[in-house]
Write a protein that binds this ligand. Structure first.
Ligand code: DX5
Ligand code: ZN
Length: 226
């Protein structure tokens, strides 16, 4: 677990997988070496799209944990506090909430840790890193959105790389920086160079024909950024 937390990880986002064969798709990226599986939860309120909930996380838990990998659950929902325990019980190892969706962020992060998961905070593209002046001291991970949340396959917002570098300077050393949106083999190296350690990749992994080959391309590019 520690190795995963401290290492560079490309985290395939199942949002871009073929849901009719979700188990096979996840198995393919696990076989290719993925150790973080990213799950995007959307409620149609915080973001315009609606995706999946705890039952899907639960259905993946034995496959993912059996491979020694982690389930990284990204909650793009309003009132995330009402769902933390359900996602933790379903097998989430990391639960990420949006700063913009939490009126009582400290309480929610505590709630996540009390449920036995690692606590992450995500920032939308227009939310400055400096809004984490307090929260940086009580979270395990910060997720920098490099697209506006809600959909896979969007174009990377170029200013995100500098934002990651600012976050790396601003956050305590042990807080993991994750980046999400528009990550490809062409920008993965520079994102790692800027300070990101977990790179979410949806369409760049599941969008091609050979998922294992696509994963390897992004992972190799990320490793070259060290
Ligand atoms: C977007 C989601 C992302 C999405 C990324 O709101 O949070 O995790 O799956 O997809 P790509 O990698 O295609 O931008
Ligand atoms: Zn995500």
């Amino acid at each position: 677990m520690d190795e995963i937390l401290r290492g560079i990880n490309v985290a395939p986002s199942i949002l871009s997988a073929d849901f009719s064969r979700l188990g096979d798709e996840v198995e393919a990226v696990l076989n290719a070496g993925a150790r973080v599986i990213h799950v995007d939860v959307m409620d149609g309120h915080f973001v315009p799209n609606i995706t999946i909930g705890p039952p899907v996380v639960k259905s993946l838990q034995s496959l993912v944990h059996g491979a020694g990998a982690l389930l990284d659950v990204h909650l793009m929902i309003e009132r995330p506090e009402d769902y933390i325990s359900r996602f933790a019980e379903a097998g989430a190892d990391v639960i990420v909430v949006h700063q913009e969706a939490c009126r009582h962020l400290h309480r929610v992060l505590d709630q996540i840790r009390d449920a036995g998961a690692l606590a992450g905070v995500s920032l939308n593209p227009a939310t400055p890193v400096e809004t984490l002046a307090e929260a940086r001291h009580f979270c395990d991970l910060v997720l920098i959105m490099s697209v506006n949340p809600g959909f896979g396959g969007q174009r990377f917002i170029p200013t995100s790389t500098a934002k990651i570098a600012r976050a790396r300077d601003y956050l305590p050393e042990d807080v993991i920086i994750e980046v999400d949106g528009g990550v490809t083999e062409f920008n993965a190296g520079s994102l790692v160079e800027a300070g990101a350690r977990w790179l979410v990749a949806g369409s760049s992994v599941f969008g091609g024909r050979d998922v294992e080959e696509r994963f390897a391309a992004v992972a190799q590019a990320a490793a070259a950024g060290v």
